[in-house]
Design a protein around this ligand. Structure first.
Ligand code: 2PG
Ligand code: MG
Length: 436
């Protein structure tokens, strides 16, 4: 291993997949190793997330990042100089202390996460290892089950449909690459169905089709038909995964579905989602209720947690303490892991470990604002998360992550084990088969 002490950090402003400014950090180590990472950005954010610091004012719609960039180059860089890049916990502890706020609003969650991930990359480079291998520390790993968006909605498609993500998972595929093959056919077929119906309006923020559906349920019907038209069996081979992102259309137990022209209380929303679970091959539901609706989450998990994965995203914000609390209260059975929600790599790993300890499934996830950065592809394998959610099957900021996992799968060679059904411990092919 070359000398892994941090010699120099450099922050620069780059642009994300929405054409908005973001932070890239380069970490240069004493022995010559270099690591680089770019901060992603959410659109449907949870209240408990690390703050994405933006300048405000008129420039770029208030989204410029000069304050956060300045924090990297003038506050963070000198403070980290001389630290061992391989001691990620010490680096992240220092970053957290340097910021000193609960929501990372002084230096900016974007400045902090880009630095934390850049140091991680540099440490792997100093060891001469690919990042996934550096993270696995010799433990066995699996390639993740991908959750891939086919239709976009919610905050990512100007609320064209209320539900944010209509995704597919291919747990019966024999490998990660086969799961992508199947998804490619479904994505293409879904596009054809929409085009023929005159309902295709381009693609949403994460590359899924921006659909002109007349109801939320029409998306589920169309997706099920697309799976069949692609020659695959809904339920036994390919399952549907939803990100309801309910905080976007509900709070204090009142939910307004604009497309369906309905206002529901928690109980009625649970009923509606439950009827979808009974009618369609849904094996995963993210944020079924709003982030403030603990009782709703508990009720939904009690009723449907044996049939599907109940993921906390905005609800758990990649926070180990919230994961422990939700597990104790039976409010979820899976946790989304977003490094920029937690703030640092160490905190994201702590949330993943908390989930694993509680028997939750774990899903490493991208944000709606992304870039060519592929760190999360490596985290999903190196941490053996079991699942990876990146958005759709188009647009290069999404494909970069899928393609990176293909490279990792190839590097793993014969020993590459695909997580497949093992990522969904509650589901058996039999339990999925009883549904249409
Ligand atoms: C989510 C993410 C990614 P955003 O809600 O899971 O789909 O969206 O990055 O906008 O929070
Ligand atoms: Mg979400």
């Amino acid at each position: 291993m070359t000398d892994a002490r941090i010699a120099r950090l450099h922050g620069r402003r780059v642009w994300d997949s929405r054409g908005r400014p973001t932070i890239e950090v380069e970490a240069h180590l004493a022995g010559g190793a270099v690591g680089r990472a770019i901060a992603p950005a959410g659109a449907s954010t949870g209240r408990g997330e690390a703050l994405d610091l933006r300048d405000g004012g008129a420039r770029f719609g208030g989204l410029d990042v000069r304050l956060a960039l300045n924090a990297v180059n003038t506050t963070i860089a000198p403070a980290l100089a001389g630290l061992e890049a391989t001691d990620q916990e010490a680096v992240d502890r220092l970053l957290i202390g340097l910021d000193g706020t609960a929501d990372r609003s002084r230096l900016g969650g974007n400045a902090i996460v880009a630095t934390s991930m850049a140091v991680l990359h540099a440490a792997a480079a100093a060891r001469g290892e690919p990042l996934w291998l550096h993270l696995s520390r010799g433990r066995p790993v699996r390639t993740p089950l991908p959750e891939i968006q086919i239709f976009g909605g919610g905050a990512h498609a100007d609320r064209r449909v209320d539900v944010q993500d209509f995704m597919v998972m291919c747990p019966a595929a024999s490998s990660f690459s086969e799961a992508l093959d199947w998804t490619a056919e479904i994505y293409r077929t879904a596009g054809e169905l929409l085009r023929k119906a005159g309902k295709l309006q381009g693609v949403a923020d994460e590359g899924g089709y921006w659909p002109a559906f007349d109801s939320n349920e029409e998306a589920l019907e169309t997706l099920t038909r697309a799976i069949e038209a692609a020659g695959l069996r809904p339920g036994t081979q390919v399952a549907i995964s939803l990100d309801v992102a309910a905080s976007q259309f509900g709070k204090s137990g009142v939910y307004t579905l604009a497309l369906d022209d309905r206002t529901l209380d928690s109980g009625a929303l649970i009923e509606m989602l439950g009827s979808w679970i009974e009618q369609y091959p849904i094996l995963s539901v993210e944020d079924p209720l709003a982030e403030d609706d603990h009782a709703g989450h508990a009720e939904f998990t009690r009723r449907y947690g044996h049939l599907c994965q109940v993921i906390g995203d905005d609800f758990l914000v990649t926070d180990a303490r919230r994961v422990h609390a939700a597990a104790a209260a039976g409010e979820a059975n899976a946790v989304l892991i977003k490094p920029n929600q937690a703030g640092t790599v160490t905190e994201a790993l702590a949330a993943l470990r908390a989930g694993r300890q509680a028997g939750f499934s774990t899903i490493v996830s991208a944000r709606s604002g992304e870039s060519e950065d592929v760190t999360i592809a490596h985290l999903s394998v190196g941490w053996d998360a079991g699942q990876l959610k990146v958005g759709s099957f188009s647009r290069s900021e999404r494909m970069a992550k899928w393609n990176e996992v293909l490279r990792i799968e190839e590097a793993l060679g014969e020993s590459a084990e695909f997580s497949g059904w093992s990522a969904l411990p509650f589901a058996t092919t039999e339990s999925a088969a009883v549904r249409p």
